[in-house]
Design a binder for this molecule. Structure first.
Ligand code: AMP
Length: 195
C-alpha cells in the first residue's frame, strides 16, 4: 500500500515539474503557507538569446508529451483498488490546505495551482470512482454533491461569478490521480479551447 502511494507521489511530483512552462518565466500562483513549500513563486529558466521560435515550440511540445507520458504511465500501473495520495489527505496523514469539508466531500488547494484559485474536490469514499468514466447510476448522488460543493467552494473563494470546473478522466485527459476529483479554477480569465 505504501509503495503504491509512494510511486503515485513520485509521478505527481514529476507532473508538477513538467507543467511549469519551460521558457521565459513561468508564474506559479501563491499558495497558503500551510501547504507544501517546495514551489517557488516564480521560476526562471535559462533561455539563450539566440533561441528560435521552433526551438521554443519543440521544448514546449516535449514538456506536454512528458506530461502525457506520465499520465499514461499512471494509468498503465493503475490498480483499481490501490489507495492514492488523496487517501492520505483524507486520513490527514499528509498536510493539505482544506477549503471545505462535509460528511461526503473534501476540498483542498491543489499543490500545483494553475490559477489563483485552484481547489480539488474529492469524494471521501471512492467507491469505485477511480475516474468519471467508471461512474455508474448509483454514483449519481455523490456526483451531484461534488458539483454542488464546487459552487460552495467558488463562493468561499470569491469567484462564484466566474469559475471553471474540470474533471480529467483517463490518460487521454492527463488524469494523474485515480480517485475521482473536480478541479475548481478561478481568479483569472479562462481561455477556450482549453488545450
Ligand atoms: P489530475 O491530473 O486531473 O489527476 O489532477 C490531480 C491533481 O492533484 C493535480 O492537479 C495535482 O497537482 C494535485 N495533487 C497531487 N498531489 C497533491 C497533494 N498532495 N496536495 C494537493 N494537490 C495534489
Amino acid at each position: 500500500m505504501a509503495a503504491a502511494i509512494g510511486s503515485s507521489s513520485f509521478t505527481l511530483l514529476r507532473n508538477c515539474a513538467l507543467v511549469v512552462r519551460p521558457f521565459s518565466t513561468a508564474k506559479v500562483f501563491p499558495r497558503p503557507a500551510s501547504a507544501f513549500s517546495f514551489h517557488s513563486k516564480r521560476v526562471r529558466f535559462p533561455v539563450p538569446s539566440s533561441h528560435s521560435r521552433s526551438r521554443r515550440l519543440r521544448f514546449a511540445t516535449n514538456a506536454v508529451n512528458d506530461e502525457e507520458a506520465a499520465a499514461k504511465a499512471a494509468a498503465a500501473t493503475l490498480d483499481e483498488g490501490a489507495p492514492t495520495i488523496f487517501d492520505k489527505i483524507i486520513a490527514k496523514e499528509i498536510p493539505s490546505s482544506i477549503v471545505y469539508e462535509d460528511e461526503k466531500v473534501l476540498a483542498f488547494r491543489d499543490i500545483s495551482p494553475q490559477a489563483p484559485v485552484h481547489v480539488v474536490i474529492i469524494p471521501k469514499i471512492r467507491d469505485g470512482l477511480t475516474e468519471l468514466g467508471k461512474a455508474e447510476a448509483r454514483h449519481g448522488e455523490i456526483l451531484g454533491q461534488l458539483l454542488y460543493a464546487a459552487k460552495i467552494v467558488a463562493e468561499k473563494e470569491g469567484v462564484v461569478d466566474g469559475f471553471r470546473v474540470v474533471i480529467n478522466s483517463g490518460p487521454t485527459a492527463c488524469q494523474s490521480v485515480y480517485h475521482l476529483h473536480l478541479h475548481v479554477l478561478g481568479g483569472r480569465q479562462m481561455k477556450w479551447p482549453p488545450g
